[in-house]
Design a protein around this ligand. Structure first.
Ligand SMILES: [Zn+2]
Length: 300
C-alpha cells in the first residue's frame, strides 16, 4: 500500500443546469450572481461526495460557449462563429472561481478549468481567419490572460483539449505552452477519447499532470506501459459516458491496475471526463464511490 497523497478531483462540468429564467436573467442583465445557486449546488455536491479538488461545475454554459461568449471576435449562435480577431476582453471564469474559493472548507482545493485553444478552434465556425493555426494561437494568447488571473486563486489549472485525441496538430505543444508557460500553480492537460496513438507526444506536453479516460478505454494502460512515465497522472476511474454506477470494489481494482503501470506517478483520481451529461444523483454517487475507493487504497 502506498502512503503517497493522492487527491480525488473532477474534470470540470457537473450536471447542474440553470433554468430558463436564470439563463435569461444572467445573459440579459449580465449579473455575476445570477448563476450562484447553480454553482452552490455543484460545489456542495462535490464536497459532500468527499472530493479534494473541486471545480465550479461549469454550470452556465457548455465548455466552448463558456469561453467564446466572453471573448472578442466570437459570436455565439447554435455554434460559435469567429467574425473578427479573437482577443481577451474581460475575465471569463474569474468571478466564479473567487466565489467558489470563499465557500470552500480549508482542506479543499480548487481547479480552474480552461477549454484549450485547439478545442475552441475546432468547435467554432471560422468566418474570419481561414487559418486554423493562427486562430488557435490567438485563442491561446487570450486564454493565457485568463490563466494568469486564475493562478492567483486556484490550486491547479486544467486545460481541456478533447480534440487532441481526434487530431493532434503539429503545434500542439507550442499552443499549449502559450497558455501555461511559467504559471505559478500546477497544470493538468485533460484529453479524453482514444489517445493510444499519441502517448509519446502527450508525455512531452508542457504540463505537470496528464488526465485521460482509463475507465472507458482500459487499452490506454497498455499504450502508456510502453513508455517511461515522465508525467504525473490523473487516473480516470469512473465512466462519464455511462450511467452505470461502478461499485467501490470495481474502482479499487481499476486503481490497483493503474498502480501497476504508473506506480507513484498517480497523483489524482477523477471521473474519465466532465459529468455534465449524467443525471445528478448518478454523478454524485460516482464521485462518492471514487472517494471511497481512493480511501481504501491510499487512506484518508
Ligand atoms: Zn473530457
Amino acid at each position: 500500500m502506498s502512503t503517497a497523497k493522492v487527491q480525488t478531483s473532477v474534470i470540470g462540468s457537473y450536471p447542474i443546469h440553470p433554468d430558463t429564467m436564470e439563463l435569461m436573467h444572467g445573459y440579459f442583465h449580465q449579473t455575476e450572481t445570477s448563476w450562484n445557486s447553480c454553482i452552490d449546488t455543484a460545489v456542495q455536491d462535490m464536497i459532500a461526495a468527499g472530493i479534494d479538488l473541486v471545480s465550479d461545475g461549469q454550470t452556465k454554459d457548455p465548455f466552448v460557449q463558456l469561453f467564446t461568449r466572453k471573448l472578442k471576435g466570437c459570436r455565439v449562435r447554435d455554434r460559435t462563429e469567429i467574425i473578427d480577431k479573437v482577443e481577451y476582453r474581460e475575465p471569463i471564469t474569474l468571478s466564479d472561481q473567487q466565489y467558489v474559493k470563499q465557500m470552500l472548507p480549508k482542506k479543499k482545493g480548487l481547479i480552474g478549468v480552461i477549454t484549450g485553444p485547439y478545442t475552441l478552434t475546432k468547435s467554432c465556425v471560422d468566418r474570419f481567419y481561414h487559418d486554423e493555426q493562427q486562430l488557435a494561437f490567438d485563442f491561446a494568447t487570450a486564454l493565457r490572460q485568463e490563466a494568469e488571473l486564475l493562478q492567483q486563486h486556484v490550486d491547479l489549472i486544467s486545460i481541456d483539449e478533447p480534440f487532441f485525441s481526434r487530431e493532434l496538430p503539429p503545434y500542439a505543444q507550442e499552443v499549449t505552452d502559450r497558455v501555461v508557460h511559467d504559471l505559478s500553480c500546477p497544470t493538468r492537460l485533460h484529453v479524453c477519447g482514444d489517445v493510444s496513438s499519441i502517448v509519446p507526444e502527450l508525455l512531452e506536453m508542457p504540463v505537470d499532470i496528464l488526465s485521460h479516460e482509463f475507465k472507458a478505454s482500459p487499452k490506454l494502460f497498455d499504450a502508456f506501459a510502453q513508455y517511461d512515465i515522465s508525467k504525473k497522472m490523473c487516473l480516470g476511474a469512473v465512466r462519464s459516458d455511462n450511467a452505470r454506477i461502478e461499485s467501490v470494489e470495481e474502482i479499487v481494482a481499476h486503481i490497483l491496475h493503474g498502480q501497476k503501470i504508473f506506480g507513484d506517478a498517480i497523483v489524482q483520481l477523477a471521473p474519465d471526463c466532465g459529468q455534465r451529461m449524467l443525471p445528478r444523483e448518478v454523478a454524485f454517487q460516482k464521485l462518492h464511490y471514487l472517494v471511497k475507493a481512493g480511501e481504501k487504497i491510499y487512506g484518508r
